[in-house]
Design a protein around this ligand. Sequence first.
Ligand SMILES: OC[C@@H]1[C@@H](O)[C@H](O)[C@@H](O)c2nc(CNc3ccccc3)cn21
Length: 448
Amino acid sequence: MSKPIHFPPDFLWGSATSAYQIEGAPLADGAGHSIWTRFAATPGKIANGDTGDIACDHYHRWREDVALMRSLGLKAYRFSVSWSRILPQGTGAVNEAGIAFYEKLIDELLANGIEPMLTLYHWDLPAALDDRGGWLNPAIADWFADYARVLFERFDGRVCFWTTLNEPWVVTDGGYLHGPLAPGHRNLYEAPIASHNLLRAHGAAVKVYREIGKHRIGLVVNIEPKYPASDEPQDIAATRRADAYMNRQYLDPVFHGHYPAELKEIFGAAWPDWPREDFDLIGQKLDYIGINYYTRSVCRHEETNWPLKVAAVRQTQSTHMETGWEVFPQGLTDTLVEFRRRYGDLPVYVMENGSTFYDPPNAEDGQMHDPLRVDCLKKNLHALHAAIEQGVDLRGYMVWSLLDNLEWSLGFAKRFGIVHVNFETQQRTPKDSALLYAQVVASNGACL
Ligand SMILES: OC[C@@H]1[C@@H](O)[C@H](O)[C@@H](O)c2nc(CNc3ccccc3)cn21
């Protein structure tokens, strides 16, 4: 019998979602179009023709969903704000109805003892700003800082945990290099520019927060640890390129003031000489780092793969994600320990961790059994604890996701929720994984 595990006494257990994936009603009450309302309206971009027009109807069911979080005993809830609800044109006049929606949500969370953790940007750029170049226009750092200032002024104090960006790597790789995500560009020269402007915008928002904010602000990055498929020099070099491109491309400029050298090798002539002063802006001091972990990647050299020349070697035990994300809890421990080794002792929150499996239909007992997700969750939480035992200053964990939701271009078929959503009736049904998670929260991990 292994000894029971305990997390730090004030460990923050919560769940995470994002606006476009759950809210629905993206254009209600004066909201403007985003690059995702446009992408979803473009045939072939989202599987099965799914869209965020209704999603989980959270825009109308927010009170019920907060009650659901309360019933699970959650201590925190990580959500994102739709920029184009607040500023329908991306800049200029504030849409008070947009402010009102998030104000109701925040106040309901607080009334139920749940810490609101607000993400300013989770991929849904206002379409009006995309028309002006979006992340390719250097002015977006100012546009984003002005948007952030509106929310800081309205909500700081009720919101004490702020995140500037969710996963700049996915925004860039998916939206500008390979194209499966909005705005759907495939351009080697655009990707570094978009990525750099995301980091500049992050820094500009943190700078504003330091002027007027009184609580905590950070950045959320997705980290996928890279392991060489062999000890062949070519595979070792491929692994370093993959780590530099996906992981260190964001953490090195924020914490070390420069990009990894491998990026010039990867992008060649498409990699600009960045102005030195940009790194002063990007390197604003943070109160915490948010890390999203799902899987690892085993890398080998592949000359034909553009532009990294890296291929991922498929592993055996995988989730049902499109690209078969391996269940590899050790990678979570390794990621957290490596962050501390490379970047220091900043407080860390795991802001997303979860899995998608084809959930069996309702059992005769009416319960949603999801044994694979339960097993995955248990293993990842043990891995989390192992990182704490190795000295990581881990402060909290947000399971992805509270609800089954729109998995971007993969549509509704990929279910990550610990709570099942019937998208015809909008009925929410906690899965076994939700019942387990409620026990974990109530016992602070001792039940594991
Ligand atoms: O795919 C599951 C979630 C997604 O629903 C969230 O909105 C997003 O924040 C999110 N990020 C990852 C991990 N990163 C990633 C890696 C490759 C492609 C797409 C996402 C997974 N997820």
